[in-house]
Design a protein around this ligand. Structure first.
Ligand code: NAD
Ligand code: ZN
Length: 242
């Protein structure tokens, strides 16, 4: 039997499928990853910009980078794989999407039960009074300032070295433990908690399916590995899902 059909059958007979995505999920929508083969940024080093220290040092430079990323995301469209995941949710197979991405593409493609572990790039928050702002487009004046207290607004995303929102991460652990099929797509699996969620799922007896163009630490214990692009693997599996 084809591996695609086997996995499709698992999904169809599952009672709680969870999808877990990283930057690789958006690579085919032309949103660059940080790591991996096509993860090169020419002018910026994400590891040196996505930190609270960088923001303190040079908020303009950090905002310049976020502004550029917002523009890339606004010009991007969710690829076919995104729509397949939202269709599986609509059919009742996928119960939860957990993402490390900040681009909002899951929401744009119709998924609804989403946990955004790292926040959303289109949200900003005041560093002093916790005023929150939603951006429809990239802010014209950077760095933006709080309309209430005039402090700096920062992107409402989790930076390197910062803790995740406790409620969101505990919910993600719960969902991993509860899942009977756990599909990991486009994450290098080296950063906490990306490294932990599939392990928890595995410990609780879930079937782990990995989709990634490269080998990762998850590959060794995954029950099924599809060494291919996200949209390719998802559409092959979807052929057997009605
Ligand atoms: P990551 O650690 O999730 O690594 C990207 C992974 O995707 C790699 O393992 C790579 O092999 C895989 N990959 C690349 N193209 C793929 C494809 N077409 N199909 C399947 N797999 C593919 O992510 P990162 O780039 O190291 O980023 C670190 C953090 O920053 C994460 O939280 C990430 O989600 C976030 N980030 C988000 C976005 C976004 O919102 N779109 C973009 C860049 C980074
Ligand atoms: Zn404020």
């Amino acid at each position: 039997m084809s591996k695609f059909k086997e996995v499709a059958d698992r999904i169809k007979s599952s009672s709680y499928t969870v999808v877990f995505t990283g930057a690789g999920m958006s690579a085919e929508s032309n949103i660059p990853t940080f790591r991996g083969r096509n993860g090169l940024w020419s002018k910026y080093n994400p590891m040196e910009l996505a930190t609270p220290e960088a923001f303190r040092r040079d908020p303009y430079k950090v905002w310049e980078w976020y502004k550029m990323r917002m523009e890339i995301i606004l010009n991007a469209e969710p690829h076919e794989g995104y729509y397949i995941i939202s269709k599986w949710e609509e059919k009742g197979y996928v119960k939860r999407v957990i993402t490390q991405n900040v681009d909002g593409l899951h929401y744009r493609s119709g998924s609804r039960n989403i946990l955004e572990l790292h926040g959303n790039i289109f949200r900003g928050r005041c560093i002093s009074c916790w005023y929150k702002v939603h951006f429809k487009e990239a802010p014209s004046e950077i760095p933006p300032r709080c309309p209430f207290c005039n402090s700096l607004i920062r992107p409402d995303v989790v930076w390197f070295g910062e803790p995740l929102d406790t409620e969101t991460i505990s919910k993600a652990y719960e969902e991993a433990a509860r899942s009977d099929v756990f599909i990991v797509i486009g994450t290098s699996g080296v950063v906490y908690p990306a490294a932990e969620l599939p392990i928890i799922a595995k410990q609780y007896g879930s079937t782990i399916i990995e989709i990634n163009i490269e080998e990762t630490p998850i590959s060794v214990y995954a029950d099924y590995v599809f060494r291919m692009k996200a949209s390719e693997a998802l559409s092959q599996i979807d052929k057997y899902i009605d």
